[in-house]
Write a protein that binds this ligand. Structure first.
Ligand SMILES: Cc1cc2nc3c(=O)[nH]c(=O)nc-3n(C[C@H](O)[C@H](O)[C@H](O)COP(=O)(O)OP(=O)(O)OC[C@H]3O[C@@H](n4cnc5c(N)ncnc54)[C@H](O)[C@@H]3O)c2cc1C
Length: 355
């Protein structure tokens, strides 16, 4: 009998698998074979270090290609970028990582901790086998954890559907850096414009990621194509344009949903949800990976206690998730309220209405 079957392959699933396996629990981690050109979520704030250390995953993280992240420059509500220096936070610096390598490092840490890795295509088959037991492709399991990110691929009996707070998308592309990068090296740049906002950040190995966040209708209303629309956008994004000076694209555009959504319950009889599958936040928060690692550890604690017959931590886990969502909403509304230059533009009007 497996103690926990975990679905996913990102920081939430792997952190849960590491933490449970290290407690001596039998864990099967069902993850998908997919090889996209790149993954998003490549900038880690300073808080990531202590979480990776608590998971004893630093030796694996040390092997990942990465570079120091010095902080954030943001042209948001102003034209001159404001500086948020990580030097002033505990830890003193974050990281720009190769996100595929980070996921692989955490997966290796989970396997070496004793979790069984089950590679699947599509969705794993799961069914209720009776009270207190599930049937999975790796045998019967006591608990299931959905940590499949925004896809939230598993609907468990009694698991509520999501409540959507904000519809948005991100268009993301990798670039080979050119001469413009030297001014910004090591920094994440955030820049608002009439149609949304853009972030760019260095990647280990000399590339840059640039990601444009906007409303869900944007791609459909750009019949001339994204390259042409991006050229127009750059005229509204002077700092980003300067950074990408001389840069050449090294990937196609990828489109990601950045819908913000939550649930009314995060656990039920025999199941839990964690990471973006629980609360999915705007990338503006810049904390998705840290939240996912923390969720993985918390859900492991709740499952570990439940396996010993103590259900109280599951209730505490739900309450923590609700509190985090409230805090995220407050922070996000405050942050969007700081930008008042395009109050009549649809992207900003929608966000002002939500605050
Ligand atoms: C454009 C963009 C930029 C971002 N930038 C940052 C950033 O700079 N810093 C930051 O901290 N956060 C950032 N985030 C957020 C961050 O990427 C996420 O919050 C974080 O990755 C969530 O981790 P997770 O483990 O919950 O889910 P994910 O990392 O999404 O992992 C989900 C995993 O589940 C797997 N999966 C999917 N379906 C199934 C299935 N049916 N069965 C099994 N496995 C499945 C997937 O293959 C994947 O491995 C960004 C998000 C976006 C969209």
């Amino acid at each position: 009998m497996i103690d926990a079957a975990i679905f996913g392959g990102g920081p939430a699933a792997t952190a849960a698998a590491i933490a449970l396996a290290r407690r001596g629990r039998r864990v099967a981690l069902f993850t998908r074979r997919a090889n996209p050109a790149f993954l998003v979520g490549e900038t880690l704030p300073p808080a990531a270090d202590s979480l990776l250390a608590r998971l004893n995953a630093n030796p694996y993280f040390d092997r990942c290609p990465k570079m120091e992240s010095l902080g954030i420059l943001s042209s948001w509500g102003c034209t001159e970028p404001e500086v948020q220096d990580f030097m002033l936070q505990p830890g003193g610096r974050g990281w720009h990582v190769d996100r595929k390598a980070l996921n692989q490092a955490l997966l290796d840490a989970a396997a070496d901790s004793g979790a069984r890795i089950e590679w699947i295509a599509g969705r794993a088959r799961v069914s209720r086998a009776g009270a207190g037991e599930w049937l999975t492709g790796a045998g019967p399991a006591r608990f299931l954890i959905d940590a499949t990110g925004r896809a939230s691929a598993y609907a468990f009996p009694g698991s509520p559907s999501h409540r959507v707070a904000d519809m948005a998308i991100s268009l993301v592309r990798h670039w080979r850096s050119g001469s413009g990068e030297s001014t910004y090296s090591g920094w994440t740049l955030i820049e608002a414009c009439e149609e949304g906002w853009c972030y760019s950040a260095p990647l280990p190995g000399g590339n840059i990621v640039a990601s444009f966040q906007t409303g869900p209708d944007w791609p459909r209303t750009r019949p001339a194509g994204w390259d042409a629309a991006w050229s127009v956008l750059l005229t509204q994004l002077p700092e980003t344009s300067r950074r990408l000076g001389g840069a050449q694209p090294v990937s196609d555009w990828r489109l990601f949903s950045t819908v913000s959504k939550t649930r009314s319950a995060f656990s039920g009889p025999g199941w839990f949800v964690a990471g973006d599958a629980a609360n999915a936040c705007d990338p503006l928060s810049g904390s998705g990976v840290v939240r996912a690692l923390r969720d993985g550890m918390r859900v492991a604690w709740a499952v570990d206690c439940a396996l010993d017959g103590d259900a109280a931590p599951a209730g505490a886990y739900d309450e923590m998730q609700r509190a985090e969502w409230r805090a995220y909403l407050t922070e996000s509304r405050w942050y969007y309220s700081l930008e008042s230059r395009w109050q009549e533009a649809p992207f900003w009007r929608t966000r002002a209405a939500e605050s």
